[in-house]
Design a protein around this ligand. Structure first.
Ligand code: DSN
Length: 419
């Protein structure tokens, strides 16, 4: 059944749900998505996601399943693994993790016993929940030590990371972030891990597409294990993956299944295969370069308008804006922008005294607008509109003006994968 016929079938069987999906379609089409962890997938990724592969149970791995009838899905998973290895140049890949958090959980389970010490980036400095935050399994099941960024430069203080690693002798060192706007020097992390005698895990969930596109150094040569997600800059389905040295492969595979997951989501794995194929095309490098260029344009424009940008700029797909000078919280900024058709999220900034629910910063990501092909002038306009709204968040007339500019721009740039 083609996608149009599938949509017709849903409309006729479940009009209530179909109309909710249509509403979301309209929301995405008419707003500008600056959530740094989101993107818009291609028709091909969506076709694989919506396929009948969702029907197949395939616990195990290609050639070693616990169900019959797995010949085709074996070929699909093998293809996906081969493409993941080709994109990142890794010795081993596991494409079954349902998400980045599941991937991280599996790695900890594979490499270290519960109760051991991990050293990761502090959530409030740009790390991730699963890197040791006390509200997550990673902070509950492990003794979590964290490093952060320098108070003045907002860059990772590698000397401090080294000092912590040599003092605490963690069983695992974790690099990677979800709101760090600068290139991470994985080779220094590799040196620190070797000096401390600990394995190194790098979580590239946010920057996987930038690595694949050659605009961020890859951690694969220096890390024992690399985890990531396919839905962010990589522009694939929601899901995780794990890359590793061959020597860790059987421990990693067992930790994913049966260690922490049941049957793999074969339709998602197939969609990951599509996204890895897309990432191997020359045009993907162009897209990755544009993501960073757009991010730099926004950072520069915001700074030109007198706002402080954390670390004074960006090297990747995101910009972290400090809202202190505007006397507005992240929560207020997020709400005001959403009402004007610009979707970004509040975020803690380094040394923020507010809770994550309120936050003193705004995180702006450029993957989705790059996919939608917004031009340089429009990206400048987006940054200007953001600053206007942040300066006058309660003005109804400004909201209406900005919303109408946003709609005009969105009409010129339909979502590529949208029907
Ligand atoms: N929470 C996601 C993000 O927005 O960065 C990462 O898991």
């Amino acid at each position: 059944m083609n996608p149009g016929a599938q949509a017709d079938s849903l409309r006729s069987f479940d009009p209530e749900l179909a109309s909710l999906i249509q509403r979301e379609h309209e929301r995405q089409s008419s707003t500008i998505d600056l959530i740094a962890s989101e993107n818009h997938v291609s028709h091909s990724v969506r076709a694989a996601l919506g396929s009948l592969l969702t029907d197949k149970y395939a616990e195990g791995y290609p050639g070693r399943r616990y169900y019959s009838g797995c010949g085709v899905v074996d070929d699909i998973e093998t293809l996906t693994v081969d493409r993941a290895k080709a994109v990142f140049g890794s010795e081993h890949a596991n494409v079954q993790p349902h998400s980045g958090s599941q991937a991280n959980f599996a790695v900890y389970q594979a490499l270290i016993p519960p109760g051991s010490t991990i050293l990761g980036m502090d959530l409030s400095h740009g790390g991730h929940l699963t890197h040791g935050a006390e509200v997550s399994f990673s902070g509950k099941f492990f003794r979590s030590m964290t490093y952060g960024v320098d108070r003045k430069t907002h860059r990772i203080d590698y000397d401090h990371v080294r000092a912590l690693a040599l003092h605490h002798r963690p069983s695992l060192i974790i690099a990677g972030a979800s709101s760090y706007p600068r290139i991470i020097d994985f080779s220094i992390f590799g040196d620190i891990a070797r000096e401390a005698g600990a394995p190194l895990m790098v979580d590239v969930a946010h920057i996987a597409g930038l690595i694949a596109g050659g605009v961020h150094p890859s951690p694969v040569p220096v890390a024992d294990v690399v985890t990531g997600t396919t839905q962010k800059t990589l522009r694939g389905p929601r899901g995780g993956f794990i890359l590793s040295k061959a020597s860790h492969s059987s421990k990693i595979d067992s930790a994913v299944f049966p260690g922490s997951q049941g049957g793999p989501l074969m339709h998602v794995i197939a969609a990951k295969a599509v996204c890895f194929r897309e990432a191997l095309l020359p045009s993907f490098s162009e897209y990755a370069r544009s993501i960073v260029e757009n991010s730099r344009i926004i950072a520069q424009q915001v700074m030109d308008e007198g706002l402080r940008v954390i670390s004074g700029g960006t090297d990747n797909h995101l910009v972290l804006v400090d809202l202190a000078s505007l006397n507005i919280t992240g929560k207020e900024a997020e709400l005001a922008l959403e009402r004007a058709g610009i979707v970004a999220n509040r975020n803690k900034i380094p040394y923020d005294t507010r809770s994550a629910m309120v936050a003193g910063g705004l995180r702006v990501g450029t993957a989705a607008i790059t996919t939608r092909n917004f031009g340089v002038d429009e990206v400048v306009t987006i940054a200007q509109l953001i600053c206007q709204v942040l300066r006058d968040p309660s003005s109804e007339s400004l909201r209406a003006r900005v919303q109408s500019r946003v709609r005009e721009m969105c009409e010129r740039h339909p979502i590529p994968g949208a029907d």
